[in-house]
Ligand binder design. Structure first.
Ligand code: FAD
Length: 347
């Protein structure tokens, strides 16, 4: 099932299949849907070559996996097939079994590229997979200039580096999903879908695994995911405490926004560290980014400077955040946020 079946490709080219560019996209899914960041990885794979034969790999177990596979299949014709590794061991994002799975699939199908989004999951799995495959990964790609020529940010986004991959296949890479728009999926899922194949994981050695999944602590919130939200409202150290962050949460509710934070706010314990935006936090590029009491340190800018519209509220007119802001307001956030909450209509 794993080798590309000649029947899946137009007959004149079927014998050429193994000489074509083929890509394995490591997929992530949630609640029965493929994550937008995975779809961005498909866009990146397509940017390598229009003839790229793209497979999306999904793993896990349960009914949401099947639903996510159908969702992935609807990305047809951009992708050629969906590979499903249905086993409990892939339910959680543990790097060890996932990296072995990627290795096993590459042994069988010999991919030219293996790609994932530069998410926590991708950053965990792909370097390990690359080490097993004895190749050097190229990470955080924001532009694909040629099939082996990539652009990636360095020095916290203050410089761009052009990298030529000269290693052997597969070229293992992670991409910044904010730089590649996700493709739209076909609405005609039944007749216009890519084939879904089960990966044979019966010989997968569970005993060999050195890591064990204990539990997931996640914030139970109705708000959109920080990484893919259209609007993000971020608070800095100036919010002073966790109680004041609730003001920002109220504003986020009115705007249907995700809440972000600077590292200073996270380190001070105002909010959980999964809200951190920046070089060592999440990279976001929403339509609207609102920064309240954020100075604009380069490490913070590295995580949000690609946002479409940036609004900054800061008491200090010389705060560096104003250099990247489209709209700046020199004011006290404790006056501005309540006023915004009062004046904005209910969602
Ligand atoms: P401050 O720099 O203290 O700024 C607070 C701002 O609030 C000031 O500009 C002040 O004028 C303004 N202010 C104060 N009171 C009010 C008020 N009432 N109304 C309006 N404005 C007010 N930081 C990140 O954010 N993300 C990262 O991923 C990250 N990674 C890092 C990695 C490394 C290796 C290092 C060394 C640092 C990293 N940092 C990161 C930290 C970064 O350098 C800054 O220290 C941090 O971003 C500052 O956070 P802040 O803007 O909340 O705080």
């Amino acid at each position: 099932l794993l080798s590309p079946s000649p029947t899946q490709y137009p007959s004149p080219f079927s014998r050429l299949v193994r000489f074509c560019i083929s890509t394995l996209v490591i997929g992530e899914h949630e609640d029965g849907f493929v994550k937008p960041s995975t779809l961005s990885a498909v866009t990146a794979a397509r940017a390598i070559s229009q003839d790229n034969i793209i497979s999306i790999l999904l793993g896990g177990s349960g009914s949401t996996l099947g639903k996510a596979a159908l969702h992935a299949a609807s990305v047809h014709p951009l992708i050629s097939q969906v590979l499903v590794a249905d086993a409990d061991i892939f339910r959680n994002p543990l790097a060890e079994p996932w990296a072995e799975l990627v290795h096993m699939l590459h042994q069988k199908s010999g991919y030219t590229y293996i790609i994932s989004a530069s998410s926590t999951f991708g950053k965990n799995v792909l370097p390990r997979a690359a080490a097993i495959l004895d190749v050097s990964p190229v990470t955080d790609i924001i532009e694909i200039s040629e099939p082996h020529l990539f652009v990636r940010p360095i020095y916290a986004g203050n410089a761009l580096c052009t990298v030529r991959y000269t290693g052997s296949d597969p070229c293992v890479m992670t991409i910044r999903s904010t730089s590649f728009s996700p493709p739209s999926c076909s609405t005609d899922v039944v007749s216009n879908a890519a084939p879904i194949s089960q990966v044979d994981v019966s010989n997968f050695n569970k005993e060999k695994q050195k890591s064990r999944w204990l539990k997931l602590n996640s914030q139970n919130t109705e708000r959109p995911d920080l990484g893919s939200a259209q609007v993000v409202v971020t608070g800095g150290r100036a919010l002073k405490n966790a109680e004041n962050f609730k003001l920002l949460e109220k504003l986020a509710e009115k705007l249907g926004a995700a809440v972000g934070a600077t590292r200073a706010a996270v380190d001070a314990g105002f909010v959980a560290n999964d809200l951190q935006v920046g070089q060592t936090g999440k990279i976001v590029a929403p339509e609207l980014y609102m920064a309240f009491g954020v100075s604009g340190a380069i490490q913070h800018l590295a995580g949000m400077r690609d946002s479409k519209v940036i609004v900054a509220v800061n008491k200090d007119p010389d705060a560096p955040i104003f250099q990247v802001a489209d709209y700046g307001l020199v004011a006290d956030l404790f006056e501005v946020i309540p006023e915004l909450i009062e004046k904005l209509p209910e969602k």
